[in-house]
Design a protein around this ligand. Structure first.
Ligand code: NAD
Ligand code: GLY
Length: 366
């Protein structure tokens, strides 16, 4: 039987919420029961609004729906743009019982979620993610925030949504580079926690690249299930949740070096995972055959093999030093001790890290 609708729950006691996944949900599924008062503020951007704002508004029949349209781009994930949301809420006299709706990719989701965490000390919000990356990662788990010129996602709050609505049809309009970027986070779940899913992805990556609905629903469901499990075990990242950052320490360094918006987050994570696989193999944690298996899948998904050509090992080390996972100034990395089994550690041979950086930053570059 074709599975084109699947729901699951993020289990967080009284803050638990459903994730509704399927084809053709936008504008059809009634989200009214997840709205606390009678007013809604949809936060979206100038790219997504003409595509999906009308449809999304139809999920809130009977409510008074306002909207604010932000400029599009990671470079706008900042205080100035966040203030546009507060301006709209205050000008529209929205009270504490309003519900904010994030309609768009991870940039809109993170900013709208952070606005919801702050507005009048916290209001409810709903995630309607429209990129693959935001559907499998950023819309789930309650991390919200903005960038600072000195570091990505450095200002933010944990704030869980009321519901996440994922319509796979929205992926049809995604720009070409966005799908591989989302696949990076999908592959991440297989690498860190689910070897069976990794095997399924090896079979299905081409179907996913062709946007086949059944494959998309399965990949999104299994990714969200993995994330939901990790988040319910460690909501505030006391330990385990950090494994969701496989490849992100290298990746954030790439994004910050390149300047926000030039490399897509998922592209940087993809290259970062190649680096984490390389380092894990150099440290003897995984065999070379597993490194090659991971690398093959990441490259088949269409992700970049190398960081920016002019990026040097010293650039990585400087930027990685401000990563949020670091403790008392010592660098902590997510590494693999098997495919499907991640570990977070600061105890590794730094000579091996230097070798990985040298390989990816030029020496040995083909
Ligand atoms: P994005 O939000 O910039 O979206 C990518 C582009 O696609 C944008 O131009 C957007 O306007 C456009 N777009 C969105 N949906 C579309 C659609 N259906 N059709 C056509 N165009 C569409 O990027 P992203 O990859 O979704 O998210 C990246 C952001 O997510 C980063 O800021 C990253 O830090 C954050 N993130 C957060 C978490 C978290 O846990 N909160 C996790 C991972 C990533
Ligand atoms: N994307 C990492 C996390 O949600 O923890």
């Amino acid at each position: 039987m074709r599975e084109t609708h699947r729901d699951l729950e993020v289990g967080l006691a009284d803050r638990s919420y459903p994730i509704l996944i399927g084809q053709g949900l936008l504008g059809i599924r009634d989200l009214g029961p997840f709205v606390t008062g009678d007013r809604v503020m949809i936060v979206t951007n100038e790219t997504v609004a003409p595509l999906y704002l009308d449809q999304a508004s139809r999920c809130f029949a009977g409510k008074k729906v306002d909207s604010v349209v932000l400029p599009d781009g990671e470079q706008y994930k900042n205080w100035q743009t966040l203030n546009l949301i507060f301006d709209a809420l205050l000008e529209g006299q929205h009270s504490r019982s309003t519900t904010i709706v994030a309609l768009g990719g991870g940039v809109v989701g993170d900013m709208a979620g952070f606005a919801a965490a702050c507005y009048q000390r916290g209001v409810a919000y709903i995630q309607i993610p429209t990129t693959l990356l935001s559907q499998v990662d950023s819309s789930v788990g309650g991390k919200t925030g903005i960038n600072h010129p000195l570091g990505k996602n450095m200002i933010g709050a944990f704030h869980q949504p009321q519901v996440v609505l994922i319509d796979t049809d929205t992926l049809a309009t995604l720009p070409e580079r966005e799908l591989p970027a989302g696949l990076a986070e999908v592959i991440k779940y297989g690498l860190i926690r689910d070897q069976a899913f990794l095997g399924w992805l090896e079979q299905s990556v081409d179907a996913l690249s062709r946007l086949e609905t059944e494959a998309l629903v399965e990949a999104i469901f299994r990714s969200c299930a993995c994330k939901a499990e990790v988040v319910s075990l460690d909501e505030r990242e006391g330990g385990l949740r950090a494994i969701l950052n496989l490849g992100h320490t290298f990746g954030h360094a790439i994004e910050t070096y390149a300047g926000y918006g030039r490399w897509l987050h998922g592209e940087a994570v993809g290259t970062g995972m190649l680096m984490a696989l390389d380092l894990s193999a150099r440290l003897g944690l995984i065999p070379e055959s597993d490194r090659v298996r991971g690398e093959t899948l990441i490259l088949r998904a269409g992700l970049p093999a190398r960081p920016p050509v002019d990026m040097k090992p010293a650039d990585f080390l400087k930027l990685m030093a401000v990563d949020k996972k670091n403790v008392s100034g010592s660098l902590r990395l997510v590494l693999l001790q098997a495919l499907g089994d991640a570990v977070i550690t600061s105890e590794f041979d730094h000579a091996c890290l230097d070798e990985t950086l040298a390989l990816f930053c030029g020496a040995g570059q083909e």
